[in-house]
Design a protein around this ligand. Structure first.
Ligand SMILES: NC(=O)c1ccc[n+]([C@@H]2O[C@H](COP(=O)([O-])OP(=O)(O)OC[C@H]3O[C@@H](n4cnc5c(N)ncnc54)[C@H](OP(=O)(O)O)[C@@H]3O)[C@@H](O)[C@H]2O)c1
Length: 224
């Protein structure tokens, strides 16, 4: 069984992400955290959920962010501004030749007005900046950026969205598409090279703004 590690997997999105990936039945999950105990507690919660739902195919474990880096695919599920220090703490060599997913969308809320704007770094996107922080052999792919946050934990509902997947390594992209397709009804779509991450990351502040201004909840994207 392939394993996916979620660095920062104790956070808002990590909780639902871990459950959904395990429930997909095709990947084990390791939750990473700065604190091993915190990760273990989060993993215990996922295991309890799997038991409750009769899912016996997959498991979830917890460890420090460094501990979980032996997994086949690493998901960076941290605020953008914490990525550099997290890579430094773990050690860059842990990321050599790894398939790494960024779902990071830097954004800023306009104070007083109901809208969010992308807040991307000088490189053009979080993913392009992260690519520079990683070893050259790491294969960075963007995926899951635009899945409505509130939906991850609503496990009785299908996640019925398309997921734009971009990256420069075709094999890594294929592996990430396989992971995306294993989750609920998510449909991966090839969105081209990593340079497209600028657009993909920018969709999230757009859909949040649309939700806020139109009385909608958990707006997602379906390309068709
Ligand atoms: N939430 C969403 O709706 C959503 C949707 C799509 C994409 N995203 C993207 O997903 C990423 C994670 O979002 P989130 O809302 O899950 O984030 P979050 O809950 O704020 O943080 C995730 C984890 O980051 C770790 N962390 C916090 N401060 C840290 C620090 N100083 N150094 C190292 N680790 C630190 C914490 O883990 P430990 O304390 O266990 O170490 C925390 O549980 C973001 O980049 C966001 O843009 C979020």
């Amino acid at each position: 069984m392939k394993k996916v590690a979620i660095l920062g997997g104790t956070g808002n999105i990590g909780e639902g992400l871990a459950r959904r990936i395990c429930l997909g039945g095709k990947f084990d999950v390791a939750i990473g955290s700065r604190g091993a105990d915190k990760a273990q507690a989060a993993a215990d919660g996922v295991c309890a959920c799997l038991k409750e739902r009769g899912c016996t195919e997959t498991t979830c474990t917890g460890g420090t962010n460094a501990d979980v880096c032996s997994a086949d695919i690493l998901i960076l599920s941290l605020p953008f501004e914490r990525i550099q220090s997290t890579i430094d703490t773990i050690g860059k060599s842990a990321f050599e030749n790894k398939i790494i997913i960024s779902l990071i969308n830097p954004m800023v809320r306009n104070p007083g007005e109901k809208y969010f704007l992308p807040d991307q770094p000088a490189e053009g996107s979080a993913a392009l900046a992260i690519e520079k922080m990683l070893p050259a052999s790491a294969k960075l792919v963007c995926a899951f950026n635009n899945v409505a946050a509130g939906k991850w934990m609503e496990l009785d509902e299908e996640l019925d969205y398309t997921v734009a997947v971009c990256g420069n390594d075709e094999e890594a992209k294929a592996a990430v598409k396989e992971l995306v397709a294993s989750v609920s009804k998510l449909q991966p779509l090839d969105a081209g090279p990593l340079a497209m991450s600028n657009v993909i990351e920018g969709i999230t502040p757009l859909v949040i703004t649309i939700a806020m201004r139109n009385g909608l909840k958990d707006v997602g994207v379906y390309f068709r």
